[in-house]
Design a protein around this ligand. Structure first.
Ligand code: ZN
Length: 325
């Protein structure tokens, strides 16, 4: 009888001990088998999220900091985002011009995660002619882009750059998890080949088109893409989508639609298609979507839509709009 009582007491004491510990602490106390610890990877924008998932496979838990559907240029980080970054093994962002807020947040993260600036080794180009910023926002840098030298931050829309970004992501993962070096390298290479194939599809798909100019009722996001495939690109807004298009700019777009005999005008994802619709009404053109993939809609996120799928939809819409064979 006494034995039974003492066992009951012992069990009760153990329950109290374990009950007091939080779940995470218990997990940490148990020695994880080698190779079983998953890296915690935090990414800012959708392309990085998709690239990182492709490279990390089942070795990491990759999260997207931006809530799906949120427009990234006006994104204001929340207190919770600093917490997420400080728990991360690796934090991945596009570049200091695209997410100045991320650079700032990282300065207050004491845990020092491995930080990947995916633009390392990418030659950034200036935003198109007439798209330089005019109002001195460069010095503010409180939200949206910093426009130092009028550089275009949308580097992922050149698929050669995208391959460099994938390389940088792989290097960041390897630094934190060198045991799986070969795994990350092999997966990065495989994904880079997919990007190369996409690039070739664009090259051949846009080689024979009746029109070589496209108009965008959005902000200046497709400069890299236009440049890579020898297209002319005009957008209603500059790099910063916060600014409203000027009446002069709208008039210029309407004139360009008419003088080039274009049948389509493009609108962008996540922002109002009002500008494109206005141009369409004025000219009789139709509106098509061109998705710069900064972020992804909730619906596409839930469906698991990939960056490459979005880019293939863009190619189909470009081929339609430019009347390609
Ligand atoms: Zn943008």
């Amino acid at each position: 009888m006494r034995k039974v009582v003492s066992i009951v007491i012992a069990v009760a004491v153990l329950a109290v001990i374990f009950g007091c510990k939080d779940h995470g602490a218990q997990k940490a106390a148990a020695p994880a088998p080698p190779g079983q610890h998953k890296l915690n990877v935090v990414t800012t924008l959708f392309p990085l999220y998709d690239f990182a998932k492709a490279v990390a496979g089942d070795k990491a838990e990759v999260t997207l900091l931006l809530p799906p559907g949120v427009e990234p240029h006006s994104f204001e980080p929340r207190p919770d985002d600093v917490v997420k970054m400080s728990k991360a093994d690796v934090v991945i962002y596009t570049n200091e011009f695209m997410e100045p807020w991320a650079v700032k947040l990282l300065q207050s993260v004491a845990t020092k995660p491995e930080v990947v600036d995916t633009s390392k080794g990418v030659k950034m180009v200036k935003a198109g002619p007439g798209e330089e910023h005019e109002h001195g926002e460069a010095d503010k840098g409180h939200d949206g882009h910093i426009h130092h030298g009028g550089l275009d931050p949308h580097i992922w829309l050149d698929f050669a750059n995208a391959q460099v970004m994938v390389e940088n992501i792989a290097l960041g993962l390897i630094k934190k998890d060198p045991a799986n070096r070969e795994y990350y390298q092999a997966r990065a290479k495989e994904y880079q080949q997919k990007l190369q194939k996409l690039d070739e599809e664009y090259k051949s798909g846009l080689a024979n088109c009746k029109k070589r100019i496209f108009l965008h009722g959005g902000h200046y996001a497709f400069g890299y893409l236009a440049h890579r495939y020898g297209l002319t690109y005009i957008s209603a807004q500059a790099v910063d989508p916060d600014a409203e298009p000027t009446p002069q700019k709208l008039a210029e777009l309407v004139k360009a639609i008419r003088s080039n005999g274009l049948k389509y005008v493009y609108c962008e994802e996540l922002l109002s298609p009002a500008t494109a619709q206005m141009i369409a009404r004025e000219t009789g053109a139709e509106v098509l979507m061109l998705n710069a993939a900064h972020n992804i809609s909730k619906q596409d996120f839930d469906k698991g839509t990939s960056f490459i799928t979005l880019m293939e939809q863009n190619l189909a819409n470009l081929r339609k709009g430019l009347q390609c064979e």
